[in-house]
Ligand binder design. Structure first.
Ligand code: GDP
Ligand code: IMO
Ligand code: MG
Length: 396
């Protein structure tokens, strides 16, 4: 009997703690697959106090038995991937990259940063990693794919012509040629027909876990447009981004933070630009994994979380960073909107739950907060995270 691929998806604006959960679950999976986004993602894993920040390599890489796949829907900045891979030693047979994945080229980064600059106050607040321009070239059929590097001469000509088409001064041809040669040497050994690989794995009843990047509210179609990223971050993005039919998606696990954060600009109704937001940022160490930017912080937004659960078909939630409320006397949830303004419900806080590993050990007030989130989203919370480490986890 063929198996189905389970899926991890961010419920808010990214940085929910997807990396921790993918790493934790990967111990029970044969394959971990990234299906969209690029090195705008920053997924943190903490094992026995040691921190790893992953941007392109799937968060299964710290489990020696998991095979990691970068799917066709991901955009790859070759040197970022080459550098990131260095820390993991030999990844032969542990990492495969779709030959159809598009490359982010230096001019995509230049275009991203120039556009942001020209927007002034109205800028999106992108990560400046060339994500939007790379996806734009892909959609307008002007992209360069990993597999195109097999013909180095032709790849160099194509890249040169792209500079021309965008009205940009190209670097010296010799520079492009040496880049292409390096990328070919370092990355082509990992190139594969990852769609076929995944089908064969599922047919052989292997277990696969799809790792979403960013979050639902950053989805280019369903998020807070134009303050979004340039890919489909929601569960359905995994079908196109990995080459799976909708029928091959199994359990959908939504990753949700106990409060909300957002990096970059755009609407955030429950944002707390005050002491509360500052305390959340401090307790939660809310600074970007990719860019180091301070994250905007605010209360949990239940209507948005409910929307996200519906659009992703979430079966169960993992509730992250509940410990960040340690020392809060009062916690609020945005339960509704009245004329665009959040309506809050108040809950009693608690003293300390950091590192708790059993639901019964939690104070009643924390259990009440969890129950309220379940009721408001209509989805069971199957896991609660009480610290960054793998072990700081409560299973229910
Ligand atoms: P991702 O992009 O969804 O993988 O999340 P990030 O790694 O960008 O941000 C989550 C941050 O919170 C990381 O620094 C994690 O190490 C940390 N973290 C994850 N779970 C918990 C938790 O339950 N409690 C605390 N205090 N930190 C956590
Ligand atoms: P992970 O996977 C949080 C945000 C940027 C910006 C918008 C567009 O770690 O959760 P982009 O560079 O993608 O064109 O920027 O999207 N953004 C993220 N915010 N977590 C992320 O990834 C993000 N990736 C992009 O801050 O607002
Ligand atoms: Mg992140």
């Amino acid at each position: 009997m063929a198996s189905k691929a389970d899926l991890i998806v961010g419920i808010q604006w990214g940085d929910e703690g997807k990396g921790k959960i993918v790493d934790l679950l990967a111990q029970k999976y044969d394959f971990v697959i990234r299906y969209q986004g690029g090195h705008n993602a920053g997924h943190t894993i903490v094992i026995d106090g040691k921190k790893y920040a992953l941007h392109l390599i799937p968060s299964g890489v710290l489990n020696p038995s998991a095979v990691n796949i970068i799917g066709n829907g991901v955009v790859i900045y070759p040197d970022a991937l080459i550098d990131e891979a260095l820390q993991f030693g030999d990844l032969t047979n542990r990492l495969f990259i779709s030959q159809n994945a598009h490359l982010i080229l230096d001019y995509h980064i230049a275009l991203d940063q120039a556009k942001e600059k020209s927007l002034g106050d109205k800028k999106i607040g992108t990560t400046g990693r060339g994500i939007g321009p790379a996806y734009a070239d892909k959609i307008s059929r002007a992209g360069v794919r990993l597999g195109d590097l097999a013909d180095q001469k032709s790849a160099v000509e194509t890249i040169l012509s792209r500079y021309d088409q965008h009205g940009l001064t190209p670097p010296a041809k010799a520079k492009i040629a040496s880049d292409v040669a390096r990328w070919s040497e370092k990355l082509l050994p990992f190139a594969a027909d990852t769609t076929k690989m995944l089908w064969d794995a599922l047919d052989a009843n292997k277990k696969a876990l799809l790792e979403g990047a960013q979050g639902t509210l950053l989805d280019v179609d369903h998020g807070t447009y134009p303050f979004v990223t340039s890919s489909n971050t929601i569960a359905s993005g995994a079908c196109s981004g990995a080459g799976l039919s909708p029928k091959e998606i199994g359990k959908v696990i939504g990753i949700v933070k106990a409060y909300c954060t957002r990096v970059g600009n755009g609407p955030f109704a429950a944002e707390q630009s005050n002491d509360i937001g500052d305390k959340l940022r401090e307790n939660g160490e809310e600074f970007g994994t990719s860019t180091g930017r301070a994250r905007r912080c605010g209360w949990f937004d239940a209507p948005l979380a409910k929307f996200a659960c519906r659009i992703n078909g979430v079966d169960e939630l993992a509730l992250m960073k509940l410990d960040v409320f340690d020392g809060f006397d009062e916690i609020k949830i945005c339960v509704d909107y009245d004329d665009g303004k959040p309506v809050y419900k108040s809950f009693a806080g608690w003293d300390k739950i950091a590192k708790a590993r059993s639901f019964d050990d939690l104070p009643k007030t924390a259990r009440n907060y969890v129950a309220a989130l379940e009721e408001l989203t209509g989805v069971k919370i199957a896991l609660i995270s009480t610290g960054a480490d793998r072990n700081d986890t409560i299973y229910r």
